[in-house]
Design a protein around this ligand. Structure first.
Ligand SMILES: Cc1cc2nc3c(=O)[nH]c(=O)nc-3n(C[C@H](O)[C@H](O)[C@H](O)COP(=O)(O)OP(=O)(O)OC[C@H]3O[C@@H](n4cnc5c(N)ncnc54)[C@H](O)[C@@H]3O)c2cc1C
Ligand SMILES: NC(=O)c1ccc[n+]([C@@H]2O[C@H](COP(=O)([O-])OP(=O)(O)OC[C@H]3O[C@@H](n4cnc5c(N)ncnc54)[C@H](O)[C@@H]3O)[C@@H](O)[C@H]2O)c1
Length: 458
């Protein structure tokens, strides 16, 4: 098989891999980018973007219902067709990556649709999806792996082989089921639950953990459960599903003998890293977990030619992390200066209504780390009062009393993901509590609740 020599091979083009390939090609490197599905990865086609469009639509319906208390009655008949149309035409171009491929090719990169696998040191073999013969590349500078994840299929009797939805089918739905069981109450389950429920789908969340969004503060989980209940969503926690049956719909049997039935089942029970079909064994690495250093270089690989970014790097599964790690790796590959990767201030926002946003450590994680923890909380104050319906929520700050800095914070409420900006800055830059308390907070904003939460620390 002929071997082509290039500077950089990117295997898997999630958001970080795509941008790394684009910028490296722009910097004059000879780049090959390989994706077995769509260039850009899960986020633009099946995840962040389409789900946020679904939630925007669902929030519009909720706001219309709130209008009666604020401005006068609004009559709206929920219809999924405009949502499905927006997802297809505006978000995903009919689930086509033509524009993304052209962008890369215009920058000078070679793009392959195919499975990329390592084939020994610095070598990657592509098996094209169009059935043409395999091509092998040798990367002079680096190989970057950005293969992302796929939905986990819990080992429940009867589940495999049934036509259940994952996030991919959910965002491609053109018609809604009458009822839906959502297996999993993490960010994917919570966001899709609310989107569908607000369009009239009867939703039951079956969550194995003892609460929704278990990686967030318990107060956030409790509030979201309250909001879901108010909106007619049934939430079953500590649930163990022992059997799934599919005929005209789905019937789930739980360990306590309860049976749940719905027209459709959405499995949102976590993700599996796509590390198992990458040829990692050909360079002596295990295919279940990769460890990386603070420049995104894979541990245990001589010569520092292998970089790993995105969800599989193990520091959180967010597009902003994929992009952040992409920039760290790009600088290392191009020999540019810049800070190493640091993870003390990773932010996230789950786009339910109320939004659930957080940065750094939760109170429990800070205690587990042995810190001298102080916490302060506040509701949304005057802004929440004027906002009225829909202003459920709070700000909670977690301080390390020994160092006098915030190590974590959460905001739950309207625009909480925007309030998170100043909390992320505080945790990232390790601003002192004195500095934060000496700041002037505009009145009556949502972010002014941060000042009240800081005062509550004392
Ligand atoms: C429903 C949902 C909603 C989400 N919402 C948000 C959000 O609002 N905000 C946020 O920050 N994050 C969100 N996420 C997470 C976000 O989608 C991911 O963190 C993001 O896509 C980054 O992933 P990644 O870079 O690791 O790769 P991915 O986006 O998973 O892309 C990996 C790519 O690699 C390709 N690939 C895999 N193996 C190979 C191989 N051997 N050869 C060739 N190609 C290969 C795949 O086809 C894919 O295109 C959401 C996730 C889901 C599921
Ligand atoms: N807005 C955002 O930033 C956003 C939105 C969606 C997803 N994401 C990212 O995508 C990743 C994946 O999200 P996710 O929600 O799929 O995964 P997750 O691992 O965060 O949550 C999955 C949930 O499913 C539950 N579960 C697991 N097995 C189960 C079973 N057999 N029965 C019932 N419940 C079960 C778990 O208790 C868990 O809470 C997240 O880590 C997050 O970083 C981010």
């Amino acid at each position: 098989m002929p071997e082509h020599e290039v500077d950089l091979v990117v295997v898997g083009t999630g958001p970080g891999g795509e941008s790394l390939a684009l910028e490296s090609a722009g910097a004059g490197l000879e780049v090959v980018a390989i994706d077995k599905h769509l260039v850009g990865g899960e986020c633009p086609y099946y995840a962040c973007i389409p789900t946020k469009m679904m939630l925007r639509a669902a929030d519009t319906l909720a706001e219309a219902q709130r209008a009666g208390r604020l401005a006068g009655e609004v009559s709206v008949t929920p219809a999924w067709a405009p949502v499905a149309r927006r997802l297809s035409e505006e978000a995903t171009d009919g689930w086509s990556d033509k524009a993304a491929v052209e962008r890369l090719e215009d920058a000078g990169a070679t793009v392959h649709h195919g499975v990329g696998r390592l084939d020994g040191e610095r070598r990657v073999t592509v098996t094209p999806t169009d059935g043409s013969g395999p091509i092998t590349y040798r990367a002079r500078r680096a190989v970057v792996l950005n293969p992302g994840t796929r939905p986990a299929e819990p080992p429940v009797e009867g589940l495999a082989g049934t036509p259940y939805w994952t996030n991919r089918e959910a965002v491609r739905a053109t018609e809604l089921p009458g009822s839906l069981i959502v297996l999993g109450g993490g960010p994917v389950g919570a966001e899709l639950t609310q989107a569908f429920a607000r369009f009239g789908v009867e939703v039951t969340v079956v969550q194995q953990a003892d609460r929704l969004l278990p990686h967030d503060e318990p107060e956030a989980s409790a509030l979201l459960a309250e909001v879901f209940a108010r909106e007619g969503v049934q939430v079953v926690t500590r649930a163990e599903v022992t059997r799934v049956e599919h005929d005209s719909g789905f019937t789930l049997t739980l360990a306590d003998g309860d049976r749940l039935h719905a027209d459709q089942l959405l499995v949102a029970a976590g993700r599996v890293p796509n590390l198992d079909d990458l040829g990692l064994d050909t360079i002596g690495l295990a295919a279940d977990r990769i460890f990386v250093d603070d420049r995104m270089r894979a541990a245990g690989v001589d010569g520092g030619w292998l970089y790993v970014i995105g969800d599989v790097a193990g520091h959180g599964a967010f597009t902003h992390l994929s992009m952040y790690q992409s920039a760290v790796a790009r600088r290392a590959i191009l020999g540019e200066d810049g800070p190493p990767a640091a993870y003390h201030a990773v932010p996230h926002t789950t786009f339910t209504d109320p939004e659930v946003a957080g940065v750094g450590l939760t109170e429990a994680a800070a205690r587990d780390a042995g810190l001298a923890v102080r916490t302060g909380s506040a509701d949304w104050g005057s802004r929440g009062f004027t906002h009225g319906p829909g202003a459920d929520g709070f700000v909670k700050v977690v301080a390390d009393a020994d160092r006098g800095v915030l190590v974590g914070a959460s905001a739950v409420g309207p625009y909480a993901g925007e309030v998170l900006a100043m909390l992320t800055l505080a945790v990232h830059a390790e601003l002192s509590l004195d500095t934060l308390r000496s700041m002037i907070y505009a009145y009556p904003t949502f972010h002014r609740a941060v000042a009240t939460a800081l005062a509550d620390l004392a």
